[in-house]
Design a protein around this ligand. Structure first.
Ligand SMILES: C[S@@+](CC[C@H](N)C(=O)[O-])C[C@H]1O[C@@H](n2cnc3c(N)ncnc32)[C@H](O)[C@@H]1O
Length: 200
């Protein structure tokens, strides 16, 4: 898969986790990728419908489960990640509160304007096409709802992930794509993530 940010195929098991290597990468991401600050910034209201794009092994899904969100949905193209992320939540999946599907940023498969919060962590750089992803996430966000995109970077990037931090021109490119589509856009550096919040 060739990403918009690198222009070359990403062969790492972190880009599209598959098979045994993908499962090991998933366990590593669960350990390394802390998501508490993302949850705080997302500020999920009671009764909200939330979509996570590229949920990977499901670190943020575990945190979202503790909020008062009414429904927590997710899309990720990796069947291995869907299995790993789903495993701790069989009751809530059966009850319909958690719904983790195969899909991508550019093709979530959800209807128009259904989500109060849409969030993507550590995957915007690997989308094949930035504008198609942003357009799709705008489509599924409710008017007044919020898209939060976060990627490696921040004020104190982790030694394990700092080589994946986006360059200044890529950060600007993301801001431009969001500003061309959403009403309000802001950027904020978290501890080990750079975040973009866009309000529809
Ligand atoms: C580096 S992992 C990050 C996982 C998780 N969000 C985290 O921070 O721990 C990237 C994830 O994005 C998924 N992914 C790859 N291409 C994608 C796309 N086009 N749209 C959405 N997710 C994608 C991968 O399958 C993988 O699970």
């Amino acid at each position: 898969m060739t990403s918009w940010s690198r222009g070359e195929p990403g062969l790492s098991p972190f880009v599209l986790p598959r098979g045994a290597r993908g499962r090991i990468a998933g366990r590593f991401m669960l350990w390394v990728n802390r998501q508490e600050e993302v949850l705080d910034l997302l500020d999920v209201p009671a009764g909200a419908e939330v979509l996570e794009v590229g949920y990977g092994p499901g670190g943020l899904i575990r945190l979202l489960k503790r909020t008062r969100a009414r429904r927590i949905c997710g899309v990720d193209p990796s069947a291995e990640m869907r299995d790993l992320a789903s495993r701790p939540h069989s009751d809530e999946i059966l009850a319909g509160r958690i719904d983790l599907r195969l899909g991508t940023a550019a093709d979530t498969g959800f209807p128009d304007a259904v989500f109060d919060r849409v969030v993507s962590v550590n995957n915007v750089a690997i989308w094949p096409d930035l504008d198609s992803g942003v357009a799709e996430l705008h489509r599924v966000t409710r008017p007044g709802g919020r898209l939060l995109i976060a990627c490696h970077g921040g004020t104190r990037p982790s030694i394990l992930t700092r080589s994946n931090a986006l360059s200044a021109d890529k950060v600007e490119r993301i801001e431009r794509a969001l500003s061309g589509t959403f009403a309000e856009v802001s950027r904020r550096d978290l501890t080990s993530l750079t975040s973009f919040t866009a309000i529809r």
